[in-house]
Ligand binder design. Structure first.
Ligand code: G4P
Length: 547
């Protein structure tokens, strides 16, 4: 075989590999569901799985949510608080699509974990309780998504209960979130009289039937809006209102622009009831139709195409002791380019080490299955003892480094002390392992007597979880010393320490983050404002590298 034939074979192979990767990537949809606690995120997750064929009977996820508390001891804390701490990753197929659903803890104290998950998805479904409208946690999570410019799909849930009117709900999206809303479907009634929805793009009415406890897919009949059955089902008043509203929407809202959705400028809105399976399939289909597959990710050297011959991904979550019996550390990676296969050798770019990725899993809830291959958009989890941190790049290319995942300014600060000197070694080991999960951020104060790290969290419950896990998993008691700061800002550029110290308001302190970047801790928003007014030329950032 001469050299030119060899080159042709290699080129052909590369081309077919690149085509395979692009094909597989384009059918991936990697997303998260965001909501205020209790809006119905878990129920919707379960129903998406039901429609995706991953569950035969709905009820198993919520049942698991309840069972889980007894499955593992440290989950006691979930039971006590009635909240979910650990994120799970679910993968399922629908038609030709492969969906990766990253679950996010909904409680405000775990926002930081949620933020990280939002860095690993390509779209979100925002669930809103139609009886309550937009709530605080939804607004906070929405802002993160907006900053990333990712597509947001809205599901107005619980229409089977008395709800705000659909026009009021749309108005809230536009006024409170300042987000252009395009209702893809429009509800027919609400509460006891919620009979179905009108699909505005296909111009058809979907009438639902209730099924016992929402366990099975709800039977649907599709009709024309002028069908007498539709008129008979709704009261005359509701029917007339719906027809009028639809005409109004068609006039006021213009056409549907998928591009605006893909840029996060317009949210397609769906109405339904997750508990009753109403409107869930329309949401799923609409989501698949109007969202897009993964797009290239930015590395320090530039954009990395999906079909790059090199496999690459970044760590967005580290969880130690997933199984307390084995003391393992599970690292979750979002695949960004190339193809992953089992037992692959990769570079841990930050450490400059080569590592074999054996023991790789795709994760379905808490159950692990061996991952044989993965493509851009997929999430893989692997068990390791190596030092992996959130944001680390792994790749077959030793020179590929993804841009840092943004951190968010913590609002609570504390020192953690070891209570018993005899358990110092276990204390250190436990703290080191848990810090590797990045459940709290670490800072070092200047001019502080001890060299103890200062811990920062978005909410105080993160400290409580840390103490609980130290005791439960490492057998050590700890004491928390809360510190009075409430606001932290990064400095845009290093400044002269002496000048800076002189201008600090009373109670403020200087420090550095783990990467040695300078931060200022303020006792209150007022103190921050005072400092900013006195030092207009000092730029302060609420996330490193971002104003
Ligand atoms: P979350 O994950 O966002 O916190 O919410 P989750 O799904 O756990 O739902 C919160 C509550 O709202 C649950 O009731 C759930 O059944 C209910 N719910 C979810 N979707 C709907 C809906 O479409 N209609 C109505 N009426 N209720 C809905 P729960 O009483 O806390 O628990 P459960 O005993 O009903 O499971």
């Amino acid at each position: 075989m001469d050299i030119s034939t060899q080159t042709v074979i290699t080129d052909t192979k590369l081309k077919s590999m690149s085509e395979e990767i692009s094909r597989e990537a384009s059918r991936r949809r990697t997303f998260a569901i965001i909501s205020h606690p209790d809006a119905g995120k878990t129920t919707l997750t379960e129903k998406l799985l039901l429609y995706g064929g991953a569950l035969e009977l709905a009820g198993s996820v919520t049942a698991k949510k309840k069972q889980r508390d007894t499955a593992s001891d440290w989950m006691d804390i979930e039971k006590k608080r009635g909240i979910s701490i650990s994120s799970t990753v679910l993968q399922f197929d629908y038609g030709n699509y492969r969906l990766n659903l990253l679950d996010t803890p909904g409680h405000k104290d775990f926002s930081e974990d949620t933020y990280r998950v939002l860095m690993a998805v390509d779209a979100v479904i925002m669930v809103i309780d139609a009886g309550k409208g937009i709530e605080s946690q939804t607004r906070k999570l929405f802002e993160i998504c907006r900053k990333r410019g990712i597509p947001i799909f809205t599901f107005m849930n619980k229409l089977d209960r008395p709800s705000m009117t659909p026009l009021e709900l749309i108005d809230q999206l536009e006024k409170v979130l300042n987000l252009h809303a395009f209702p893809v479907v429009w509800p027919l009634g609400n509460g006891q009289n919620f009979k179905g929805v009108y699909d505005r793009l296909r111009k058809e009415v979907h009438l639902f039937e209730r099924v016992p406890a929402g366990e099975y897919k709800a039977p649907v009949s599709i009709r024309d809006i002028r069908d007498h059955l539709v008129k008979d089902l709704l009261s005359e008043q509701t029917y007339n209102e719906v027809v009028e509203e639809i005409a109004l929407l068609d006039d006021a809202h213009g056409g549907f622009e998928r591009d605006a959705v893909l840029h996060g400028m317009t949210t397609p809105v769906f109405f339904g009831s997750a508990a009753n399976n109403f409107g869930v399939e329309l949401l799923l289909r609409g989501f698949l139709e109007y969202s897009a597959g993964p797009s290239p990710r930015k590395a320090i050297s530039g954009w990395i195409p999906l079909d790059n011959p090199h496999f690459s991904g970044f760590v967005f979550k580290v969880q130690t002791n997933m199984n307390p019996l084995h003391r393992d550390r599970m690292v979750f990676v979002r695949v960004c380019s190339g193809r992953f296969y089992r037992d692959m050798m990769i570079h841990h770019v930050r450490l400059g080490k080569e590592i074999r990725l054996s023991g790789c899993h795709s994760v379905f809830g808490r159950n692990r299955e061996i991952a044989w291959e993965a493509y851009p958009g997929d999430i893989i989890g692997f068990v390791t003892r190596a030092d992996f941190r959130v944001g680390d790049t792994i790749s077959t290319d030793p020179n590929l480094v993804f841009e840092e995942i943004p951190r968010f300014a913590p609002e609570c600060f504390a020192f953690l002390h070891n209570s018993l000197s005899s358990s110092y070694k276990s204390f250190r080991k436990g703290v080191e392992h848990l810090l590797a999960e990045d459940i709290v951020q670490v800072f070092h104060l200047q001019d502080h007597g001890s060299n103890l790290p200062l811990l920062g969290a978005v909410g105080p419950l993160q400290f409580e979880v840390m103490q609980y896990r130290l005791k439960d998993e490492y057998g050590v008691e700890s004491r928390l010393e809360s510190m009075p700061w409430e606001v932290l800002r990064w400095l845009d550029a290093p400044l002269n320490d002496t000048d800076l110290k002189r201008s600090l308001p009373h109670g403020a302190a200087l420090g550095t983050d783990e990467q040695g970047r300078m931060v200022i801790l303020f006792p209150s928003e007022w103190s921050l404002k005072y400092f900013s007014e006195k030092n207009p030329s000092t730029r302060l950032l609420d996330s490193p590298g971002k104003t």
